[in-house]
Design a protein around this ligand. Structure first.
Ligand SMILES: NC(=O)c1ccc[n+]([C@@H]2O[C@H](COP(=O)([O-])OP(=O)(O)OC[C@H]3O[C@@H](n4cnc5c(N)ncnc54)[C@H](OP(=O)(O)O)[C@@H]3O)[C@@H](O)[C@H]2O)c1
Length: 316
């Protein structure tokens, strides 16, 4: 069905945010117009959407690329779903195709029944991979892949310190680094020890009770925590090594190594590598809560700790 034809008269259900100060508690369910496909876009009927808890702190949730206010905006930047329409000039994907991928930070996101998204941000989702699984992979999988292999240049035989290794990004980093032949030291809270070892870490450092520096020097630090943990980690990078941060600019650089901070980018080929590893059992997903769109507001405002990626099943 081509929803572009009558989109003025059609609305969809979506989670929207209008109040930056209110954070996740300010999310509301609302009716929004079904988006239209721009040049090289597709419209995807969202089956499952991933949510990163820090999204509502990102400037791109609130302002467009020219700095103008864009609220009310729809959060959610990961999706798995089915293509329902193609924009002008769009190639490489077809109507009816199962896809998954990473939505543009500055456009309305995926906590909605439909999303307009550039085709290049998406990859085919194999028929044997569930939509919930597909939606859990784009941000955490691509961040791990790019941080390890592009920015961190990890090679077999090297050692890596993975902070927050029980979390959405850290669990992917741990598994991919282990598969690549690295010696993996995962960190986290005391309760995360078994989970991190289960993802393949050789050692675990309990950041609440152990002395981080006792883990010794490493070739690569992959940081998702920042602050004091990151500053202390800089001193653990061996000569020629790298500190990779996904939580903003590095404040203390390794004495004789590189420091890189980056924001993940969409990459169809890398998404293909990641989903293939899930299919053949080399990569476990790390899904915390799943809930319907109607239950999204309560589910995304948990009382306790989040454990892994939060997924909203938009279409049951
Ligand atoms: N630059 C990028 O492209 C990019 C991409 C993806 C994510 N990110 C950022 O990376 C961060 C992590 O994302 P995520 O989705 O992996 O989050 P997550 O699933 O919450 O994982 C973070 C993990 O680190 C743990 N942790 C945090 N602070 C800790 C501390 N002081 N001591 C011990 N453990 C600690 C968390 O435990 P608790 O839950 O108990 O705190 C959790 O297990 C977020 O800030 C996110 O915005 C950036």
């Amino acid at each position: 069905m081509d929803f572009n034809k009558n989109s003025n008269s059609k609305t969809m259900k979506a989670v929207v945010v209008t109040d930056q100060a209110a954070g996740i508690a300010g999310m509301k369910l609302a009716d929004r117009p079904i988006p239209k496909a721009a040049i090289n876009d597709v419209i995807v009927q969202v089956h499952a959407s991933g949510f990163v808890p820090t999204e509502l702190e990102w400037p791109s949730t609130w302002a467009n690329r020219t700095g103008l206010n864009r609220a009310p905006s729809i959060p959610g930047h990961e999706l798995a779903g089915v293509v329902t329409a193609l924009g002008y000039g769009t190639t490489g994907l077809s109507v009816g195709q199962r896809v998954f991928g990473l939505a543009d930070w500055y456009r309305d996101g995926t906590l909605a029944e439909y999303v307009a998204i550039e085709a290049r941000n998406l990859a085919p989702l194999p028929g044997d991979v569930d939509f919930t699984v597909g939606a859990s992979l784009p941000i955490s999988g691509l961040t791990a892949w790019q941080g390890l292999f592009q920015h961190g240049r990890l090679r077999a035989g090297q050692s890596i310190l993975v902070h927050g290794a029980a979390g959405a990004v850290g669990s992917m980093v741990t598994q991919l680094a282990r598969e690549a032949g690295a010696y993996v030291i995962g960190t986290g809270r005391a309760a995360d020890r078994q989970k991190v070892i289960g993802f393949g870490a050789h050692e675990f450092v309990d950041l609440e009770n152990d002395v981080l520096e006792d883990a010794g020097g490493v070739d690569l630090v992959f940081d998702v925590i920042g602050g004091d943990v990151q500053k202390r980690s800089a001193g653990m990078v061996k000569a020629g090594g790298t500190l990779v941060s996904v939580v903003g600019p590095v404040e203390v650089r390794p004495a004789d190594g590189l420091a890189v901070d980056f924001v993940v980018e969409a990459d169809r080929a890398q998404l293909g590598e990641i989903v293939q590893r899930v299919r053949d059992g080399r990569l476990q997903v790390n899904i915390g809560i799943t809930a319907s769109l109607d239950d999204a507001l309560a589910a995304l405002n948990p009382n306790g700790r989040r454990k892994g990626k939060s997924i909203i099943r938009v279409r049951q």
